[in-house]
Design a protein around this ligand. Structure first.
Ligand code: KG4
Ligand code: ZN
Length: 350
C-alpha cells in the first residue's frame, strides 16, 4: 500500500510517499514495516526569522505557494507510483496553516478518487519511530517534545493512548525558541541553542529544574525561561557585548542541561512506574543530540528498549503522517471521508 502524507500544521510544508506492507488499511498487522519512497520538506525559516517566531497567516500563504511544487517533487522522486490512500494532518496546529493542507488533500482525494484520512499531528511524531527497521514492543512510553507540545504518553497498542502528563505552560521547544531569542541567537532556537551549547559549560549558571521532583508527570518550562531572562537582565550574560560569546555559550549549555534533566528524570520515573517494554522519543526537540545521548544512557540502566527517529524525521514531515495512516484499523465510510475539518485543538486522548 502506498500512502501520500501531507503535513502543514506549522511552518514546514511536508509531503511524502511511504510504502507499507498491508495491501489495505483493513488488513492491518502488528509487525508491518513502512519504507519512505520520497520525503520533501519546504522550510519557511527565512520568512519567519525576522519576526522571531511563526506568523500564522504568512505560514498559510507560504504553504499555499509551496504545496503544489512539493507534491510534484515528491511524486517525481518516487517515480510517480500508484497511490492507495491520502493522509493529512488534521490538527493540532495553526488553523490557517492546517486549512491549506486539509483542503488541498481533500481536493486531491476528490479528483483522484482516493480514500482520505485526517491524522493527529502528535500521533505523527510518535509514528516517526515506525519509519525505521527495528520492532517496537508494547506497552510503549512516549516522550513527545516539540514546539507546541511536551507530553508523556503511555501507548498500550496501536492507536491506544493514555496521557500521563504534559506541560502546564510552555512546551520544551517553545522554551528553546524563547531562550534563543533572549540570548539574541535568532530563530528557530533549538538548533542554535544546541550549537552554542557545544562550546559552553553546562554548570556555569545555576538554573532551576521546575517540577523535577513533583509527584505527577507534568512539566513546566516558563519559570526556567524567566530565570534565564533575569540572569540576562542582571548582566550575568550580555548578548550585545559578549566577546567571544562565552557567556552565551555557557547559558545555552546551562539551559539545555536544565531542560534535559527534567525530561530525562520524569521519563525514567514514568518508566519505573508503568514498566513499558519500549521507550520512544519524538518531536522536534528529539533532534537535540545531547538529549538523545543522555536519554539513551538513562534508559540503558533500566534495560528497557530505547527508540528514537532519525534526526531528520524528528521535526515536521509528511512521512510520519503517512506512517500513522498505515496503522489505522479502518477508514471512515467512503461517503463520509471528506467531512472531517481542520482542528487547531485536536486531542490525541479525549
Ligand atoms: O516538531 P516540530 O518540528 O514542530 C512542532 O510540532 O512544534 O518542533 C519544532 C521545535 C522548535 O521549537 C525547535 O526549536 C525545536 O523543535 N528543535 C530543537 C532542535 N531542533 C528543533 N530543540 C532542541 N534542539 C534541537 N536540535
Ligand atoms: Zn510537530
Amino acid at each position: 500500500m502506498i500512502i501520500l502524507g501531507i503535513e502543514t500544521s506549522c511552518d514546514d510544508t511536508g509531503i511524502a510517499l511511504v510504502e507499507c506492507d498491508p495491501p489495505s488499511p483493513r488488513l492491518w498487522r502488528a509487525k508491518q514495516k513502512c519504507r519512505i519512497l520520497s520525503n520533501v520538506i519546504s522550510s519557511q525559516i527565512k520568512i519567519h526569522a525576522p519576526f522571531g517566531g511563526v506568523v500564522p497567516n504568512l505560514a498559510a500563504r507560504a504553504h499555499l505557494k509551496n504545496i503544489e511544487p512539493c507534491l510534484k517533487e515528491t511524486l517525481k522522486q518516487a517515480g510517480n507510483p500508484k497511490i492507495d490512500l491520502i493522509a493529512v494532518t488534521q490538527g493540532p496546529g495553526l488553523i490557517p496553516a492546517l486549512l491549506v493542507g486539509v483542503n488541498f488533500a481533500k481536493a486531491l482525494a476528490y479528483n483522484w478518487n482516493l480514500p482520505i484520512i485526517g491524522i493527529n499531528h502528535i500521533e505523527g511524531h510518535i509514528y516517526a519511530n515506525w519509519l525505521n527497521d527495528s520492532e517496537i514492543e508494547f506497552p510503549v512510553l512516549c516522550l513527545v517534545v516539540s514546539g507546541g507540545h511536551t507530553q508523556l504518553i503511555l501507548m498500550k497498542n496501536h492507536g491506544r493512548y493514555e496521557l500521563l502528563g504534559e506541560t502546564r505552560d510552555d512546551a520544551a521547544g517553545e522554551a528553546f525558541d524563547k531562550v534563543a531569542k533572549l540570548l539574541g541567537l535568532g530563530y528557530p532556537g533549538g538548533p542554535l541553542i544546541s550549537k552554542h551549547a557545544l562550546e559552553g559549560n553546562a554548570s556555569a549558571f545555576d538554573l532551576p529544574r521546575p517540577m523535577i521532583n513533583s509527584k505527577d508527570f507534568d512539566f513546566s518550562f516558563s519559570g526556567l525561561k524567566t530565570a534565564v531572562l533575569y540572569k540576562v537582565r542582571h548582566f550575568e550574560v550580555r548578548p550585545q557585548n559578549a566577546e567571544p560569546f562565552q557567556h552565551i555559550n555557557d547559558m545555552a549549555a546551562s539551559f539545555q542541561q536544565a531542560t534535559i534533566d527534567v525530561l530525562v528524570k520524569k521519563t525514567i520515573k514514568a518508566a519505573k512506574q508503568h514498566q513499558p517494554k519500549t521507550i520512544i522519543l519524538s518531536g522536534g526537540v528529539a533532534a537535540n543530540s545531547e538529549l538523545r545521548k543522555q536519554m539513551e544512557k538513562a534508559v540503558k540502566d533500566l534495560e528497557i528498549k530505547f527508540q528514537m527517529p532519525d534526526i531528520k524525521l524528528c521535526t515536521d514531515n509528511g512521512a510520519m503522517i503517512a506512517a500513522v495512516a498505515a496503522y489505522k484499523k479502518k477508514l471512515a465510510p467512503e461517503r463520509d471521508q471528506l467531512l472531517f475539518s481542520a482542528n487547531a485543538n485536536l486531542k490525541l486522548v479525549a
